[in-house]
Design a protein around this ligand. Structure first.
Ligand code: FES
Length: 208
């Protein structure tokens, strides 16, 4: 099937999983609308992006060692609407599910015209999924899920496994800002690439 987001075995990451494949949708409803709330909400409530847009758009807080202006009635993320930022830890679970589908799309892209092969599109989708995996697994909330709420890492075998996982996630977490930006550009490029192929403007060259 070809549309502006699907070209043969390639599916744009903004539309994955393609729910329109299983459920007939009304013309006006894009399949992306059923999906994007999860990765979009996850990114919007990300601790790194929060810091960036709070500082950039509201100067609140302005930065480390910079005096606060008058706070007035501002109560931060303890009241509505900023209270919704706390949904981040739940959106994480949905983002992981979407990530599994994106890796499934990479698998599908390994079978152009039904035979094993690697196209430029396969590499674009694989790179995108890798960058999004780096972004998701460097998440502060995931690091807390894996290693938080423990008093002692050496207590038993489970705690030691959690410690090892937490150490690896902490290593990724150190560069969360980098993952945030390169994965954002990566996913936009992957969508653009699939759209160009679907529109017939470029050819998805086969490498193998
Ligand atoms: S803190 Fe950025 S994705 Fe969770």
């Amino acid at each position: 099937m070809n549309s502006n987001y699907e070209a043969g075995e390639l599916l744009s990451p903004f539309y994955s999983p393609n729910l329109g494949r299983w459920t007939p949708l009304p013309q006006w409803l894009s399949p992306a609308m059923l999906i994007l709330w999860a990765p979009g909400g996850f990114r919007l409530t990300c601790y790194y992006y929060r810091k960036a847009y709070y500082r950039s758009f509201t100067l609140h807080p302005p930065g480390c060692a910079v005096a606060e202006g008058k706070r007035g009635e501002y109560s931060g993320e303890t009241t509505f609407p900023l209270l919704l930022q706390n949904l981040h830890r739940y959106l994480l679970y949905f983002a992981v599910i979407v990530l599994l589908f994106l890796w499934y799309d990479v698998w599908r892209a390994l079978w152009p015209q039904g035979h094993f092969g690697i196209t430029v599109g396969t590499l674009v989708l694989a790179l995108n999924s890798t960058l999004l995996t780096g972004y998701t697994f460097s998440c502060h909330s995931l690091r807390h899920v894996v290693g938080g709420k423990l008093d002692c890492f050496s207590l038993n075998a489970t705690c030691r496994v959690r410690y090892r996982a937490w150490s690896r996630l902490s290593w990724l977490n150190e560069n969360h800002m980098m993952w945030a930006w390169i994965s954002l550009f990566g996913v936009m490029f992957a969508d653009f690439y699939v759209w160009m192929v679907a529109a017939g403007r470029i050819t998805n060259f086969r490498i193998i």
